[in-house]
Design a protein around this ligand. Structure first.
Ligand SMILES: [Ca+2]
Ligand SMILES: [Ca+2]
Ligand SMILES: [Ca+2]
Length: 213
């Protein structure tokens, strides 16, 4: 492959990835400053991009129990203060295309060895109003299975321009639960968009070939 041809393909690949991979979530990595330093943790009614829907709040841990999957901070939703410690947090996402698919990706880590009692349960909810419907329910994971951080992804369809994505702790309310980190929501390119990119790529290649001949 000629140098120019490979540059053209690289530019197209980068353009395509910029179009399809932009994270639509605010603070999906939970790295925005909440005033934590060192290996500290705190519970917040809201953090940038995310609000508490129920329970005592969003617990941010800064490399406290495990190293973050990405950056320094991650979230535990079996939070701290009160008796019903399992919390739900949500983010509203605007300007979506009704009927379009979006890929949700996030990382999960079990904290305790009590998976049998669903101590580390995390559920994902999605809907055009709160609390939305459960679209994924992680149950039964134990830390002593040594699975570490696990990536989960699923396709979600927008049924309105504004959708609500929520994460909630489930199972034992005991301040110890599943961790989540590095959450992203990205548009899944429609077949028509892919076809346009393919036509564009073919056109560029033909153009190069003509210049070379
Ligand atoms: Ca993070
Ligand atoms: Ca906690
Ligand atoms: Ca728990």
């Amino acid at each position: 492959m000629s140098y120019l041809k490979s540059v053209a393909l690289t530019v197209m690949a980068l353009t395509f990835s910029a179009v399809s991979n932009a994270n639509l979530l605010v603070n999906g990595d939970f790295e925005d400053d909440v005033g934590l330093t060192g290996s500290r943790w705190g519970v917040y009614s809201s953090i940038n991009g995310w609000q508490t829907y129920s329970g005592p709040g969003i617990e941010i841990q800064r490399n406290t129990i495990v190293a973050a999957q990405s950056g320094n901070q991650y979230v535990e939703l079996d939070s701290h203060t009160g008796t019903d410690t399992n919390s739900v947090m949500y983010q509203a996402i605007d300007s979506l295309s009704v009927g379009a698919s979006y890929e949700l990706s996030f990382w999960y880590h079990a904290r305790t060895n009590n998976g049998a009692a669903n101590d580390n349960g995390i559920e994902v909810l999605w809907g055009d109003s709160l609390p939305g419907a459960t679209v994924l329910d992680l149950e039964g994971y134990s830390r002593n299975s040594n699975l570490g951080w696990m990536n989960f992804s699923l396709d979600l369809v927008a049924t309105a321009e504004t959708m609500f994505l929520s994460f909630g702790a489930t199972g034992l309310d005991n301040t110890l639960g599943g961790f989540i980190d590095n959450v992203s929501l990205t548009a899944v390119p429609e077949p028509g968009t892919l076809a346009l990119f393919a036509i564009g790529a073919a056109g560029l290649l033909v153009g190069r070939r003509r210049l070379q001949s």
